[in-house]
Design a protein around this ligand. Structure first.
Ligand code: HEM
Ligand code: HEM
Ligand code: FE2
Length: 477
């Protein structure tokens, strides 16, 4: 379709969003394969092993989210600063280089899968670090493209209007990109390796990505319901200070049992237990602003006798609200469940962790990034009021119900696992296998697969809606 976008930066954003959506689909398919292998261990055995399906599942997850995050910055930057992104040509080149590299990496994961235990595998196949396994050649390429991206952001922000959102984004993106370096070094000591690996994983999802979400929430509230910038940006500053305050030392909850000093028990317990506080603040922020701003405007429009639309993009707003709920539930509640060392000694590395991992990544990030897909669809098709459709509602319902269902199923499986494998059988090798055959565990794993299929059907509705949505909406001009 012809694009109506006047900024090249926003065109580039739609490319990033498109690749993100494709990788999201690939992620879900890999999840389904891995989930089926839990129940039918011989499924694709030695052709496409569980370890490979799982690896592609979670690496695709991280990459599609990073793509959607980069896309979001290129999307909102010209609107916030009032100017075209500086260095947009090289930014586009960066997109092609990155996408070509990612394609090669994924093909190697799928076709080559594993290599010899030498350094050549780290350079050419993958690094064996959960979530961020890109081989070293690709790591270096990623760093170069991300430097271009950071330069685009900084140069544009310095030349154009500087809003609070852009200022926070500048600091945040610098930290987010810089942390990636902590996951690139090689050491043959697994404790040291994990120590630094958590700097990337934890400080991404519980500090820098959360701040990023704060920026998107602020932007979305201003654009969709016309919230006032002063109010929204004030919240943003408060959230940023709280997120960094608890998130940085909260990292201690990963340092309980990996050979790091014991003082991390107290530090991790205290600061990670505080982490839900900013998530509650974000939740209140969205709901409060929504109620207040729409109430005010409704009164105004009644007084003037004009027709009133409380929001100009219902699907995007629905996903933004899902984000407020999901972030609080997945990260805040499910995170808090197992964050004290007294609890974590039993739950560590069980399906309980997986339940939290799913709901947190989904609730905190997938939701709001899908919301940004809808912002881009609205802008690209020049739609003044984007309404919800049958497909968009089915997508929200099936995806959210599916992921929530998977989370509940995994929580039940994890509960049984903790009880039998850890509490009764004392974390022994035998305990592991006994708990894997337990009825509660197997049924939970079965429901996870069923709910995964529900999620995937929702994803198909989502794509269908994104591709056809402009038809049901009110256009300007
Ligand atoms: C959106 C934010 C969050 C995301 C995306 C997230 C995601 C994850 C994931 C994927 C894991 C598993 C890591 C692995 O593979 O070993 C994990 C572990 C963990 N998370 Fe979170 N998390 C978030 C926020 C939180 C919060 C706020 C808390 C605490 C209140 C928390 C507490 C924990 C703990 C204690 C573990 C370790 C579990 C274990 O020992 O097995 N998380 N998180
Ligand atoms: C079709 C739906 C999905 C299915 C069937 C599925 C299945 C799976 C399976 C089987 C694993 C391996 C678990 C293990 O090693 O015990 C896994 C891991 C994971 N998946 Fe999914 N998944 C799906 C969707 C998602 C979504 C939507 C997200 C987040 C947005 C997600 C995030 C993760 C994460 C973070 C892990 C690693 C968890 C950990 O190690 O603690 N998955 N998934
Ligand atoms: Fe963490």
């Amino acid at each position: 379709m012809e694009s109506n976008l006047k900024f090249e930066s926003q065109k580039l954003a739609t490319w990033y969003f498109t690749v993100a959506a494709i990788l999201f689909g690939a992620q879900l398919l890999m999840g389904l394969i891995a989930a089926a292998q839990f129940l039918y261990p011989s499924f694709l055995f030695e052709i496409f092993d569980f370890s490979v399906a799982r690896m592609v599942h979670i690496n695709a997850l991280v990459v599609w989210m990073l793509y959607a995050m980069i896309g979001s910055v290129y999307w909102l930057l010209p609107e916030e600063t009032g100017i075209e992104t500086v260095g947009i040509k090289i930014a586009k080149l960066g997109f092609f280089v990155l996408t070509a590299a990612i394609t090669v990496v994924v093909l190697v994961y799928i076709i080559v899968q594993i290599g010899p235990a030498t350094e050549s595998s780290i350079w050419l196949i993958h690094e064996g670090r959960e979530y961020i396994e890109a081989p070293r050649w690709a790591d270096i390429g990623i760093v170069v493209v991300v430097l271009i991206f950071v330069a685009n952001l900084f140069l544009t922000a310095m030349k154009g209007r500087q809003t609070g959102i852009v200022t926070v984004l500048m600091a945040d993106v610098l930290a987010l990109a810089g942390l990636y370096l902590a996951g690139m070094f090689f050491t043959d000591n697994i404790s040291i390796d994990q120590y630094w690996w958590w700097w990337v994983i934890h400080l991404w999802v519980e500090a820098t990505w959360e701040v990023f979400v704060g920026c998107l929430l602020s932007y979305g509230l201003i654009k969709i319901i016309g919230a006032r910038r002063e109010v929204v940006e004030m919240w943003l500053w408060i959230e940023v200070s709280m997120l960094f305050g608890s998130g940085i030392l909260g990292m201690g909850h990963h340092y309980f049992w990996i050979g790091t000093p014991e003082y991390w028990w107290e530090i991790g317990a205290l600061f990670s237990a505080l982490e839900p506080v900013p998530l509650i603040a974000m939740f209140v922020h969205v709901i409060y602003d929504w109620g207040k701003e729409t109430g005010l405007k409704e009164a105004e429009s009644k007084a003037s006798g004009e027709g009133y639309h409380s929001m100009n993009n219902s699907p995007a707003f629905t996903w933004f609200v899902m984000n407020a709920f999901g972030n609080f539930l997945g990260a805040g509640v499910w995170g808090f469940f197992h964050t004290l060392p007294q609890v974590n000694i039993y739950t560590h590395g069980t399906q309980f962790t997986s339940a939290h991992g799913h709901l947190a990544f989904f609730g905190a990030y997938a939701t709001i990034l899908i919301g940004m897909f809808y912002m881009a669809i609205q802008g690209k098709n020049n739609i003044s009021i984007l309404k919800a459709t049958f497909d968009s509602k089915m997508a929200v319902f099936l995806i959210c119900f599916g992921v929530m269902g998977m989370t509940v199923a995994l929580t039940i499986a994890g509960y049984g696992q903790v009880l039998v494998e850890r509490a009764q059988m004392g974390a022994t090798w035998e305990g592991f296998f006994v708990s894997q055959d337990m009825m509660w565990f197997v049924q939970g794993i079965g429901w996870r697969l069923a709910m995964g299929i529900v999620t995937f059907v929702g994803f198909i509705y989502l794509i269908k809606d994104l591709l056809t949505t402009s038809k049901n909406s009110i256009h300007i001009k």
